[in-house]
Each structure stands twice: as structure tokens, then as C-alpha cells.
Design a protein around this ligand. Structure first.
Ligand SMILES: C[S@@+](CC[C@H](N)C(=O)[O-])C[C@H]1O[C@@H](n2cnc3c(N)ncnc32)[C@H](O)[C@@H]1O
Length: 472
């Protein structure tokens, strides 16, 4: 692997940069694999991985070793090697997310500087594919709202998919330009900007990206980062928390941005306690704190993060809520056999019914007036006369009803289900939730002579397993 000379030269003298160790760790080709568990779906890692271990040989018992925990995340674990996630049904069930370890440091900014026991409104502005969003969702108190935004429409789909699998019923996915958030003055308690960047932090994992790096692109990214921050700034409330991060080593996208923020807006830079001595704390010339991750110093890839408290007084809100089309109590009653409806309100959105936390319906109305909403709450399904065609999101929700009929699948049948193939099992007729190791995978409708597979076509496993889809 040949790192760009101009990059190496530009890093000389930066805090924590050690040229030889940095080059060596890139040349070694060593890879780090890590996952983050979904606390809504796996109460304890032991439960999840005991099940996994008995069913799949890929994930080894070392997972429960304390040394496999990521020091800066409650739910993060290193894996001894990279298993075939595609052929693990629990991956598709949203029991865990495969995520680069360093980026889980976002948890420390929230744990140390936001009140996670309060019901917060949080915006993840640059959210696809959803690593930070699924993480934030696990950290927030019930009743909080997470808005996950991705401006590039083609990438918003994978974001929705990952949040649906995560069972995130308090999240709204939008696909808007950062400037569209300006109308929502003072709306959010926390804004996370995981900015598009020149990406040098991921070179070890993705050497092909090296060819796209150039000093000119670093400059271009810097301009874009400033624009994004300036555009979204009004939407943060006074006293709110801004978290800024990149996967670039370049000071132009890191410390220089912190100084620009510090001199452009009224902010208090926030210091973080670091749970690992390998994380490098930096202080920018204007006094902002930043945290650098180098792969030769910690087990993870290159990453940079900083946090600020906003002091500017937010202007008066300019939004006008659009009324939501709520279901009546009579229309809601039949849904009780499908899900735990406590504390939820049901809204018609096109042909589907969405479940939203009741205190968040007015937020939904406000957001609808300002933004393009791609997905909101939990899609329950499509009511057809007095029946419901359940949505896949309902199967993925931790609120799916305990009395809904369930059928546990063998490993080969679980893979066939996820490939959207036909399979045969003896079961009662009607809608059934199919599970693997107890975790719901989706819906089947058992008819007298066949089983209809309702796994979403666009999410199906396309690859054949190492033994024709029947890996055991
Ligand atoms: C570093 S990635 C985000 C990764 C994501 N936060 C995660 O943890 O999975 C940056 C994202 O910003 C989006 N993006 C690109 N240009 C943008 C712009 N001008 N404004 C806002 N977001 C942009 C990219 O499409 C990309 O999804």
C-alpha cells in the first residue's frame, strides 16, 4: 500500500502523528473487525452469542472475552476475524451492526455532554448508511426523537433499511439538503455532523480509495464541511450539543474546522474524558478540543471528533405544523393483536399506517412541513378492509405483539427465507413471524398449499452460501 506523499508530508508535526508507525500499520494489511450490539434485541451479549455459537461456527467464543470489548462503547466488541455476516440470520434481524470501532467514540460525546435520561430531539445530519444513527438510537431514552438525514437519495434507502432492521420506532428518516433544516430554528437538542470528507482514515481498510485522495479534494471537502455546518447551525437550540466528526487525518478538515466554528459562532468547546490512552487529545489554536484516532495507537481506523455547546440564541421558529391524519380509537383497536400499542399513536401515510410515539406526533407534523420524510416511526402495515397486511418494519420492531404466531426456523430454512426462496415447514395457516434463535426475521403467510415469503425483495440475500445457501 502506497500512501500519498503529500498526505504524509501534511501530517508531519500533527499531535500524535508518528510517521514510521503510521506507514507500518498501513503496510501490515492488518484488519480490525468490530460490531455493536442492539440492546433492544439482545438483552445481554451472552444471550445473543450463546445462541450464535451453538448455531454458527463463524463467531468464536472469544467474543465474550473482556479484551474483546471496545473501551469507548457500551455495546461495541472486536471480533477475532471477519465472519460471513451475510450468512448470519441475526445480522439481518438487526441484532448487531457491523461498525468500525473508532467511530463508536461518538457515544462518549453524548454520554459526557448530553442528558441521556431526558427525552431529546437529535439530528444525525449526514447519516447513511446508519452506523451513527443506529448507535445514537441505542443511547437515547424512550420518548426521544432521532431524525436521520441523508441528502443523497440513492443512499437514503440503505439508511432506512438499517434503521428498520434496528427496530428504531422513534426515528424519522429524511432526505434533505442541510439548508432545508434552517427553518427548524432551535428544534434540536443534539446535532451530529459526521461530515463527508477526504476519507484518509479508511485507507487501511479500503486501499482503492487512495487513488481518489488529493490536496485539492481536501480543500473541496473543507469548504463543504463549513457550508454544511453553517446551514444546519440555526436548527440547534441554545445550550444544545454539536458533535462534529470526520474520517480524515487532515488538519484542514479537523482542527481548522474547529477554529472556524469557534470564531464564526458562539460556542463553548467541550473536553472529553478518554477511556483509552491511545486516543490523542488535541487543542486547536483557538482552544477547541479534538480527538484523533490513529490505527497505530488504537484498535480501529482513522477518525476525528469534537464537541461544542451552542451559546447563540436561536431565532424564533418559522415552522407551521401540517396536521397528521390520525387513526380513530375504533380503527386502532384491531392493531392491538399485532403490537404493543401503549403510548403510540397511529397515522395514515399513503396506503400505510405508521406507529409513532404519542408525544412525537406533533414533531412529525412539524418535520413534515419542512422536510421530505422518507420513513417515520414503525410502518405497521396496510389495512385492507378489516384485515392488516403487516409491514416488514413491524416484524423488526421490539413492539411486535407477543401473541402474534411465531415459527422458529432451522438455519438452512432461515437462509432460504432471507434469500426469498420457497421452503416448506409444517405450520398453522395465516400470518406468522418467522424467527431464528428467537429473533424475528420477517413474515410468512401460510396458505393451504404453499407458504408465501414476505421478506422484502430488495433486501434479500443474493449470494449463494458457501454450500449453495445451506451453510450450517
Ligand atoms: C461519513 S459519511 C456518513 C456515515 C454515517 N454517519 C455512518 O455513521 O454510517 C458522510 C455522508 O454525508 C453525505 N453527504 C455528502 N455530501 C453532503 C452534503 N453536501 N451535505 C450533507 N451530507 C452530505 C454522504 O452521502 C454520506 O452519506
Amino acid at each position: 500500500m502506497k500512501l500519498p506523499e503529500a498526505l504524509l508530508r501534511s501530517l508531519e508535526g500533527l499531535p500524535g502523528y508518528d510517521h514510521d508507525a503510521f506507514v507500518q500499520v498501513h503496510e501490515s494489511g492488518a484488519q480490525v473487525t468490530s460490531i455493536r450490539l442492539n440492546p433492544a434485541k439482545s438483552q445481554a451479549p451472552g444471550v445473543l452469542f450463546q445462541d450464535l455459537r451453538s448455531k454458527i461456527s463463524d463467531l468464536r467464543s472469544e467474543i465474550l472475552d473482556p479484551a474483546s470489548r471496545i473501551p469507548w462503547s457500551r455495546y461495541g466488541y472486536y471480533l477475532p476475524e471477519r465472519p460471513s455476516f451475510t450468512f448470519d440470520p441475526l445480522f439481518h434481524a438487526g441484532a448487531y451492526y457491523v461498525q468500525e470501532a473508532s467511530s463508536m467514540f461518538v457515544e462518549q460525546a453524548l454520554a459526557q455532554h448530553a442528558d441521556l435520561s431526558a427525552r431529546l430531539r437529535v439530528l444525525d445530519l449526514c447519516a447513511a448508511p446508519g452506523g451513527k444513527s443506529t448507535h445514537l438510537q441505542s443511547l437515547l431514552a424512550p420518548g426521544s426523537l432521532l431524525v436521520s438525514n441523508e441528502v443523497i437519495k440513492a443512499r437514503a434507502g440503505i439508511l432506512s433499511e438499517n434503521l428498520t432492521k434496528w427496530g428504531a420506532g422513534n426515528s424519522i428518516v429524511t432526505s434533505n439538503d442541510p439548508a432545508h433544516f434552517a427553518k427548524l430554528e432551535g428544534f434540536f437538542d443534539v446535532i451530529v455532523v459526521d461530515a463527508p470528507c477526504s476519507g484518509s482514515g479508511l485507507f487501511r481498510r479500503d486501499p482503492d480509495a487512495i487513488a481518489e485522495w488529493s490536496p485539492a479534494n481536501v480543500q473541496l471537502c473543507q469548504g463543504r464541511q463549513q457550508r454544511i455546518l453553517a446551514d444546519v447551525w440555526p436548527a440547534l437550540k441554545e445550550g444544545g450539543l454539536l458533535v462534529y466528526s470526520t474520517c480524515s487525518y487532515s488538519a484542514e478538515e479537523d482542527e481548522v474546522i474547529l477554529d472556524w466554528l469557534t470564531t464564526t459562532f458562539q460556542v463553548v468547546p467541550l473536553q472529553l474524558q478518554c477511556p483509552d490512552a491511545g486516543i490523542v487529545e488535541v487543542r486547536s489554536p483557538e482552544g477547541a478540543w479534538g480527538y484523533r484516532f490513529y490505527p497505530d495507537k488504537i484498535r480501529g481506523e482513522g477518525f476525528f471528533l469534537a464537541a461544542f455547546r451552542k451559546l447563540d440564541v436561536a431565532a424564533a421558529p418559522r415552522y407551521k405544523p401540517k396536521g397528521a391524519d390520525l387513526l380513530s380509537a375504533k380503527e386502532t383497536a384491531p392493531l392491538e393483536k399485532w403490537m404493543d400499542t401503549e403510548g403510540l399513536k397511529f397515522v395514515r401515510h399513503g396506503s400505510r399506517v405508521l406507529a409513532l410515539p404519542e408525544d412525537r406526533v406533533s414533531d412529525f407534523s412539524i418535520l413534515q412541513s419542512a422536510l421530505y420524510i422518507q420513513q417515520a416511526g414503525t410502518a405497521v402495515g396496510e389495512p385492507i378492509r378489516d384485515k392488516l397486511v403487516p409491514d416488514h418494519a413491524l416484524a423488526m420492531s421490539p413492539r411486535v405483539g407477543g401473541a402474534v404466531p411465531r415459527v422458529e426456523l432451522s438455519y438452512p430454512d432461515a437462509i432460504r427465507f432471507l434469500q426469498r426462496q420457497d421452503f416448506h415447514i409444517d405450520t398453522e395457516r395465516g400470518w406468522q413471524l418467522v424467527t431464528f434463535a428467537g429473533a424475528p426475521l420477517g413474515w410468512i403467510n401460510a396458505l393451504p398449499n404453499r407458504i408465501n415469503n414476505y421478506y422484502p425483495r430488495e433486501w434479500r440475500i443474493r449470494a449463494q452460501g458457501p454450500s449453495g445457501g445451506t451453510q450450517t
